[in-house]
Structure formats: structure tokens, C-alpha cells
Design a binder for this molecule. Structure first.
Ligand code: SAM
Length: 253
């Protein structure tokens, strides 16, 4: 009896290549289904890009990054079919991979041109870090759950993102060894703008952070100007809480 041949693939910056290190054991069984599956994902990804464009994401660098980074690789295999829906999805440790529109809007608000040193607080799945890696020169990303940090770091490496460093730790304190940062993105909800992050922002640097209660927040864009901080609201949002020394305590986890 013939057994189905297992085709091992690996993704390198959005392109499928043959190889034995298929990221996160997402090997695809049966060559016959492969073109259909890949074509379906590609079509869903293009439709999502169009949705983002219509909803206000117009930065070509951000749209290209979201076209390139394979979001399906950052979620569990059973969620692949939903990977390009405009929704947040669950990941391990009770956390979430953010809604694509939010990822697009937040990245766009950082105004990246390609030369920046960026800091992300809240690595989660690693997807937002991949988008930042596509748009900036280098990225440091901090995650409080060591298991998520390890997983994201391994996945980003397998996908070919050599300009991202992931560390486990309390991101409310920033990451002083990499400071100053031209762009800082916080992907969890803070009760106030964390002071250490402002200290680690370079002159002219941009910080995007959801600030408010545990239930609902306002997305803030803060720019460090010579004369002080310039703050702008980008609208309402809902994120999981930022837990740490300069944010919420663990009872909110
Ligand atoms: N950016 C992520 C992605 O692309 O999948 C989604 C992030 S999820 C909405 C928020 C993340 O922030 C969670 O993984 C959570 O564990 C993390 N987090 C919460 N408090 C943190 C802290 N003080 N330092 C670092 N990460 C923190």
C-alpha cells in the first residue's frame, strides 16, 4: 500500500522553500493539496491587505510587510484557515496575536523608514516583531512569558528574520542595553505611559502605546520633541493588560 508522501517545507521571508526545518512542525501532508492550500492563503492575504488599505493603512512599507510576513506561521495549525481574517486570535499562555488592522495602524503610526532601531514590548507570537523587522533596521522585542519569548525567537530565526532579538523580561522597564530607540511599540494595555520607555526614546522618537483601564484603552502616539512630549490619540482599543513593575500587577493577568 502506498503511503502519502510528506512534503517538508520551510518559509523564508514569506516564500516556501524545500527543507527539513519546517517551522513549528507545520509540515504539509500530501503534495496534491499543497498548491490549493498555498493559493488559498495567498488569496486570503491579498484580500486582507485590501481590507487594511480601505480601513486607513496606506503606508506602502507596512502593507508590503504584511504581505510578506506569513501570519499563519504565528498561530496554531488549527487556526491557519483564520490566519488572514481581520481578527485577533488566541496564542499560548492565554494571550493573543493582535488584530491585523491594529498591527497595521500601530506600525504605521511609528512612521518607519527603514533605518530605525525599534523596541517592541509584548512579543507574544512574534508576528508584530516580524512586521517591525520588515520595516525597520533592527528590533528588540521583550516578552514576560519565557515560553512565548523562546518560541517566538525560534520561529523568527527559522523564518529568516536575522534583525530581531527577543528577550524574556519585564518590558515596562524597557531594554536599556539597546537604547535609545527611534520607535517603541507596546502591544499590551498600560495604566499610564511607562516612564522608562520615555527615557529610552531617542530625540524625535515615536512611542505607540494603549493607555487606559484594564477593560478599554485609548491608543496613544507620543513623540519626543526638543520642547517636550507631543501626544495624540489614535482612537479606542482593547488589549490584554501590560503586567509589570511600571504597569498593572499580576492580579490582572
Ligand atoms: N505582539 C504580539 C503578537 O504579534 O503576537 C501580541 C501581543 S499580546 C496582545 C500582548 C503580549 O504582551 C502578551 O504576550 C503578554 O504576555 C505580553 N506582556 C504583558 N506584560 C508584559 C511585560 N511587562 N513585558 C513584556 N511583555 C508583556
Amino acid at each position: 500500500m502506498k503511503t502519502a508522501r510528506k512534503l517538508r517545507l520551510r518559509l523564508h521571508k514569506g516564500r516556501w522553500l524545500p527543507g527539513k526545518n519546517c517551522p513549528m512542525d507545520h509540515a504539509i501532508d500530501g503534495q496534491a493539496h499543497l498548491p490549493n492550500r498555498l493559493a488559498r492563503l495567498a488569496a486570503q492575504r491579498e484580500a486582507l491587505i485590501e481590507t487594511l488599505r480601505q480601513a486607513g493603512v496606506h503606508d506602502a512599507r507596512v502593507l508590503q510587510a504584511m504581505r510578506t510576513a506569513p501570519r499563519e506561521q504565528f498561530v496554531a495549525p488549527e487556526l491557519w484557515a483564520q490566519a488572514y481574517e481581520n481578527i485577533a486570535l488566541p496564542i499560548e499562555q492565554g494571550q493573543t496575536i493582535s488584530q491585523p488592522l491594529m498591527v497595521g495602524m500601530m506600525t504605521q503610526a511609528l512612521g518607519l523608514t527603514g533605518g530605525e532601531q525599534a523596541l517592541e514590548i509584548g512579543t507574544g507570537s512574534g508576528y508584530q516583531a516580524a512586521i517591525l523587522a520588515e520595516c525597520a533596521h533592527s528590533v528588540v522585542s521583550i516578552e514576560r512569558w519565557p515560553r512565548l519569548a523562546e518560541r517566538a525567537s525560534r520561529l523568527l530565526g527559522m523564518l529568516g528574520y536575522t534583525n530581531v532579538e527577543v528577550h524574556a523580561g519585564d518590558g515596562t522597564l524597557g531594554w536599556p542595553p539597546g537604547a535609545p530607540y527611534d520607535a517603541i511599540l507596546v502591544t499590551a494595555a498600560a495604566p499610564a505611559v511607562p516612564e522608562p520607555l520615555l527615557d529610552q526614546l531617542s530625540p524625535g522618537g515615536r512611542l505607540v502605546v494603549p493607555v487606559g483601564s484594564v477593560e478599554q484603552q485609548e491608543l496613544l502616539r507620543v513623540v519626543k520633541r526638543a520642547g517636550g512630549l507631543e501626544q495624540q490619540s489614535l482612537g479606542a482599543c482593547v488589549f490584554v493588560p501590560l503586567i509589570g513593575a511600571v504597569a498593572w500587577r499580576e492580579q490582572y493577568d
